[in-house]
Design a protein around this ligand. Structure first.
Ligand SMILES: Cc1cc2nc3c(=O)[nH]c(=O)nc-3n(C[C@H](O)[C@H](O)[C@H](O)COP(=O)(O)O)c2cc1C
Length: 164
């Protein structure tokens, strides 16, 4: 099988799956950034750990290099507008946080008022994953309100603000 065929079938196979999407946010004293991610997974029970994949193309990735913690939100079902805002727009062009309600949480992280299920994690390490960089997170605060939550198959038609 030719390399191109493998890549094409691989992408088709994975594109047919369903999984949650998350909104990752970050902040320093002056700025806030955030974007939708689907490349994300729990990696360990004990210690609890989570891997958040950020595309090198994204403003959120560039900003995340300057901070030591990220907030990771689940998006309640029905809040597609938040997926459009954080996945379809880029902070290179607009301030997403002027268009949604948020509160300063632990370590000043921007917590989205419409996403009551979230955790905050310290960036323990960063790893080259290809065109995405994995951010291994140690959670230090977590809040859970039962779903349902937005999933990839419901929002896959949103055009990313930055091509990966
Ligand atoms: C369904 C969906 C899944 C996405 N998954 C990821 C992802 O795993 N990692 C990532 O960095 N960007 C992902 N994106 C793309 C970013 O959310 C998008 O390019 C965003 O506009 C970047 O904003 P920024 O430039 O302000 O960071 C996804 C977008 C959508 C719609």
């Amino acid at each position: 099988m030719a390399g191109d065929d493998v890549a094409q079938t691989f992408l088709k196979l994975l594109g047919s799956l369903d999984y949650p999407v998350f909104i990752v946010t970050a902040a320093d004293e002056e700025r806030r950034e955030g974007c939708i991610i689907g490349f994300a997974t729990q990696t360990s029970f004990d210690p609890p750990r989570f891997l958040a994949g950020l595309s090198r193309a994204n403003r959120t990735f560039r900003f995340a290099a300057e901070v030591d913690a990220l907030a990771v939100h689940l998006v309640p079902e029905g809040a597609e507008w938040l997926v459009e805002l954080f996945g379809g727009e880029t902070g290179d062009e607009i301030d997403k946080f002027e268009r949604c309600a948020w509160t300063r949480g632990p370590r000043g992280l921007p917590i989205l008022d419409d996403c009551p299920t979230w955790f905050a994690g310290e960036i323990r390490s960063r790893m080259d994953l290809g065109d995405h960089v994995g951010h291994l997170l140690d959670p230090f605060e977590a809040h859970y309100v039962p779903g349902p939550f937005e999933r990839f198959q419901q929002v896959k038609d949103v055009e990313p603000g930055h091509p990966a």
